[in-house]
Design a protein around this ligand. Structure first.
Ligand code: ANZ
Ligand code: ZN
Length: 823
């Protein structure tokens, strides 16, 4: 009877759960709703240890909410378009759809086995036409609002994947996906105008301060990169130049008196336009070098400065001085205006450049005493302005902030400058030259130009290119599908061509959580009423690798949907949890290191519950888990100990717990009460530790205390089953059945805590009558003097000692001492 067959339990309960379908959201308004969201997976293979961890953590929350009586939305789907699937398919010579949908079935089966409390009725795949129909619809709506546009410009190009990449997908100059060095190409591409939302993306983070990891908020802020400063125009007077003045963006307009030269990005068009004819050859030579460097290299402060004098001068608008214009790679073409005023006295990179090329330095902020003697270079600190006056204005003596304000208003008066807020954030390049994505629903017509595919013709379905060569060639494989690409123009009926690019998969994943609320809705991307019911999602769990891209894009989509009047909130995720990484021997698991751990094998060896429990117990959810330090065998033993309790108690319904052992009852109620706090504060590992303690306490009560028949033992065992239902669903279910209950323990409801049993560890109160010790009482440490006196006076020992005498005085020092003086 006392052998726990884990495999048999898994086989048995999976079937029962499939029949009971206990986690389908009722969605009828009978209960308060809670949306538990987890980042949906790429179907690039079977589930791995990382999935096992994030899902185990996520499921604690979802299952807890069910037990607390909420109606829970816990959906699952697949981010099923994209390069990983496409590349894998190319390697195998298969259609990406075949590979993708096979993997989805494998992962779905693994999730079921792993016992995650998903609502299986809401499954979605972003590669299903019924889904991407609405991705296309949203694209068109964004375009109607001026938020999707096409432009010709230099873009990041991955020579390996043969496709463009968003800035966000270039990590330290390399393709985020394949690691190849990214180059630049001039191409016509589609963009989303995220920059229109830069300020709101910043402002709306404030309320998330308490519920999102501060690291993620910092990364988002940094990515948006707001800088306050000014635009300043420097006139150029050269016979070969017919363009506008050179406009710079500066965060330090107060230093403009010290601008002794200018630098334009060597690879910006402006550099070529400004360049004097006799310097052209030098610039060309220099550009060959520049194109080899990444943006990261170019911005590094410790990089030796290089550049070319363009042989032209500009006029400093406050000093009237003619200052030389240089081209260099330390100025980036696509940040600010692509040109700077160089202030070597106050900016270290400008200082180094000035020293290298013998350019003058004028300090405009007073450095502290001894600064120059100490070999001072650029002084970037604050101090009063110096050397900053002309006939009309003086900043001298002003602190930096005041000097900034003063000079901006002067520049504005003169029409040569303006206060300006600059953002690092770029528009989102969304078109890809690949097959496995949502086609961009645009037709290009010689007569009408860009024409939107009419809504009633959506989705623009991907053609079946089975057998076709999908290898990347720089243009989308769709361009070669003549039957698909050649269409009649929806506007004039003339010959036209479909746009052959597909959308970045980050477009698909920017709105899937809306779709979950009404996954089969056919009138729009989602039913606004359903979204109002469930969203914003109360909890989002996922990896920190999505801290910038996915979360920023999802937030952007939400704001646009808000502006379209489709949703009434501006942030999609009320609370965010980033789980740590599962590593092995101190390093990320990888094929090349040969330290991968196979989840399926782990489950076969230890069982689902032991793996889940190990993941949750390993440490705080945000911390990395080094699998080499884990012992799932210990989890197996603990689960057996817990399970044995249910056998000792048996299935006969017990008598009410009120009459049971008080010590054990207190332990049970305290554990359940603390568990509520621990789940709310996401200290799931402590929740497991406390459950383990309760199992031990119960075991002691059975073996050497009140014995198994005491109703307090049944109460404790039932509480253990319910607590375990958040972490180890099979064991919990098995215990619940052995305790004589119907399935499923997952919906049993949270135990009701009796506040009277939440007494803290008791203290001993000593009672003296006429100076003699007459009684000891166990009381709560926070008992009031009045309560203590009442307790003492009712005590039998005390009454006997008083023996009917008059009480003259009772001195109470709660909680430890009571002195009774008789007459
Ligand atoms: C003059 C100056 C004086 C500056 C000074 C700084 C300190 P953030 O905060 O990152 O926005 N800059 C502007 N555009 C640039 C570009 N395309 N490539 C490289 N550097 C660029 O930095 C803004 C400052 O970075 C600007 O303010 C400009 O240098 C430089 F004591 O102007 B500053
Ligand atoms: Zn036309």
């Amino acid at each position: 009877d006392q052998h726990y067959d884990v495999t048999a339990a898994q086989d048995k309960w999976r079937k029962v759960w499939d029949d009971l379908n206990p986690f389908q959201a009722a969605d009828d308004g009978s209960k308060e709703r809670r949306y538990a969201l987890t980042m949906f997976p790429y179907p690039s293979g079977d589930l791995h240890m990382g999935h096992a961890e994030v899902m185990a953590l996520h499921d604690v929350i979802a299952r807890y909410w069910w037990q607390r009586g909420y109606d829970v939305l816990n959906p699952i789907g697949w981010d099923s378009f994209g390069l990983p699937a496409e590349n894998a398919a190319i390697k195998r010579g298969e259609n990406p759809a075949v590979f993708t949908y096979a993997n989805i079935e494998t992962q779905a089966e693994s999730f079921r086995r792993y016992g995650i409390s998903f609502d299986w009725s809401r499954r979605l795949n972003t590669s299903d036409p019924e889904y991407y129909r609405w991705t296309q619809w949203l694209f068109l709506k964004f375009r109607e609002r001026g938020l999707a546009y096409r432009k010709f410009s230099p873009v990041n190009w991955c020579p390996n994947d043969q496709t463009v990449l968003a800035n966000e997908q270039v990590v330290a100059g390399m393709c985020e996906r394949c690691g190849a060095e990214v180059t630049k190409r001039e191409l016509s591409q589609w963009y989303f105008k995220v920059t229109d939302y830069a300020q709101r993306l910043l402002d709306d983070m404030e309320p998330l301060e308490a519920t999102w990891p501060s690291k993620v908020l910092a990364m988002q802020r940094n990515w948006i990169g707001r800088s306050e400063g000014a635009h300043i125009d420097f006139a150029v007077d050269a016979p070969h130049y017919h363009g506008d003045p050179i406009r710079v963006f500066t965060t330090r307009p107060d230093t403009v008196f010290g601008a002794t030269f200018m630098v334009v990005a060597a690879d910006a068009k402006m550099a070529a336009e400004l360049c004097a004819p006799e310097r052209r050859a030098a610039l060309e030579d220099y550009l060959v070098e520049v194109r080899k460097a990444t943006d990261i290299d170019r911005l590094a402060t410790d990089r030796p400065k290089s550049g070319v004098d363009l042989g032209v001068t500009a006029v400093n608008p406050v000093t009237g001085a003619r200052i030389p214009v240089w081209a260099s790679d330390y100025v980036l073409a696509d940040y600010g205006t692509g040109a700077i005023m160089a202030v070597p006295g106050q900016d270290q990179r400008d200082w180094e450049f000035a020293k290298k090329f013998g350019l003058p330095v004028i300090r405009t902020v007073q450095p502290p005493e001894g600064f120059e003697e100490a070999g001072g270079e650029a002084f970037t600190g604050s101090g009063p302005a110096i050397n900053s006056a002309n006939d009309e204005i003086s900043l001298d003596g002003l602190p930096v902030d005041e000097a900034k304000a003063r000079i901006i208003s002067w520049l504005e008066q003169k029409g040569v400058g303006k206060g300006f807020v600059n953002f690092r954030l770029r528009d989102w390049l969304l078109s890809r030259q690949r097959y496995w994505g949502a086609p961009i629903p645009i037709v290009h017509c010689g007569a009408c130009g860009e024409v939107a595919v009419p809504e009633d013709q959506l989705p623009v379905e991907l053609p079946d290119l089975s057998g076709a060569d999908l290898k990347p060639k720089g243009v989308s494989p769709l361009a070669a599908a003549a039957d698909w690409v050649n269409v009649d123009c929806p506007q004039c009926g003339g010959p036209a061509k479909r746009d052959s690019d597909t959308m970045d998969t980050f477009v698909d994943s920017s709105w899937y959580f809306f779709r979950y609320c009404s996954p089969h809705y056919t009138e729009g991307p989602f039913d606004p009423k359903a979204v109002r019911n469930w969203m914003p999602a109360a909890q989002y769990v996922g990896g920190v690798e999505h801290a910038i891209l996915h979360l920023l894009y999802s937030r952007f989509f939400t704001k646009v949907l808000h502006d379209m009047g489709l949703v009434d909130f501006v942030e999609p995720f009320s609370r965010l949890l980033n789980q740590g990484e599962v590593i092995n021997e101190g390093r990320g698991m990888s094929k090349s290191l040969g330290n991968g751990v196979n989840l399926g094998e782990m489950i076969d060896e230890f069982g689902v519950d032991a793996i889940r429990l190990t993941m949750v117990f390993a440490g705080p959810p945000e911390a990395d888990i080094d699998w080499a330090d884990m012992s799932p065998g210990g989890s197996v033993k603990f689960l057996q100990r817990a399970w044995r309790l249910s056998g000792d108690v048996g299935s006969e319904p017990g008598t009410p717990a009120e009459g049971g052992d008080v010590g054990l009852r207190q332990a049970t109620h305290r554990t359940v009460s603390d568990a509520e706090q621990l789940v709310e504060t996401q200290r799931f590992n402590v929740l497991v530790a406390r459950t383990m303690e309760l199992v031990n306490t119960t075991r002691k009560a059975i073996d050497s205390g009140c014995g198994p028949a005491d109703p307090a033992v049944r109460e404790a065992a039932e509480a253990v089953a319910i607590l375990l239902s958040l972490v180890a669903p099979y064991t919990a279910e098995e215990m619940w059945a052995r305790l004589g209950h119907e399935p499923t323990v997952a919906r049993a409801g949270w135990p009701t805590v009796d506040p009277a049993l939440l007494v803290q560890d008791s203290v001993t109160a000593v009672v003296q009558v006429q100076g003699k010790l007459r009684a000891r009482l166990e009381v709560s440490p926070d008992i009031t003097a009045a309560d203590l006196e009442a307790l003492v006076m009712a005590d039998a020992h005390v009454q006997r000692a008083l023996d009917g005498k008059d009480v003259r005085k009772v001195i109470v020092r709660a909680p430890k001492l009571v002195n009774i003086v008789t007459g």
